[in-house]
Design a protein around this ligand. Structure first.
Ligand code: IMP
Ligand code: MG
Length: 186
């Protein structure tokens, strides 16, 4: 059996080298900005943020902790989030007094991150900032201040490098655009 993704992939939007170079830049910038922090906690939003987190943390020279938060939005199908978001798996860490940096794969409507920012802020951290690999501003319905952005992209459904296509292909080392003809619309 072959597992070619050629029929699913319309184009490679961001290749491996470009991702690596940008992630390194973000890590360097974060390291400068948190140089005086001794309480940095990176919070990875599962599952999509996982590859970004593990690459990004290699480029953060400030000592830090990591933790994982799994949230899901539901209502209209996987490709369209609504206002309903819930925590599926909470952090293990105590957040009070820490400098939180939320690490997310993509900000689309903004619903998921609005919820995450509200929940985290309520736990009395010293600070909360947001780092997203991808930003799709054309789809935003809620204004979310983003502190660190990898790439701003157009309104196309993308996958790879942590982002899934029906839960698969998170392992691809690049960000690809889905061939709209190859997947069912929701
Ligand atoms: P939001 O609540 O609409 O901002 O949704 C953000 C979530 O939707 C992300 O964490 C992703 O899991 C998912 N998502 C949005 N756009 C894409 C995409 O192009 N590819 C894969 N997942 C996406
Ligand atoms: Mg997803």
């Amino acid at each position: 059996m072959t597992h070619s993704i050629d029929h699913l992939l319309q184009e490679v939007l961001i290749d491996e080298q470009t991702l690596k170079a940008r992630v390194a830049e973000l890590g360097a910038q974060i390291s400068r900005d948190y140089a005086n922090s001794d309480n940095l906690l990176l919070i990875c939003i599962l599952k999509g943020g996982v590859m970004f987190l593990t690459d990004l943390m290699r480029y953060i020279s400030v000592p830090h902790e990591i933790d994982f938060l799994s949230v899901s939005s539901y209502g209209k199908g996987a490709r369209m989030s609504t206002g309903s978001v819930r925590i599926d798996m909470d952090l293990k860490s105590v957040v009070i007094g820490k400098d939180l940096l939320i690490v997310e794969d993509i900000i689309d409507s903004g619903h998921t991150l609005q919820f995450v920012m509200e929940v985290m802020s309520a736990r009395k951290p010293a600070s909360v900032r947001l780092c997203t690999l991808l930003d799709k501003p054309s789809r935003r319905t809620i204004d979310i201040p983003i502190d660190y952005t990898g790439f701003v992209i157009e309104d196309k459904f993308v996958f790879g490098y942590g982002l899934d296509l029906d839960e698969k292909y998170r392992n691809l080392p690049f960000i690809g655009v889905v061939n709209p003809g190859a997947v069912g619309s929701e």
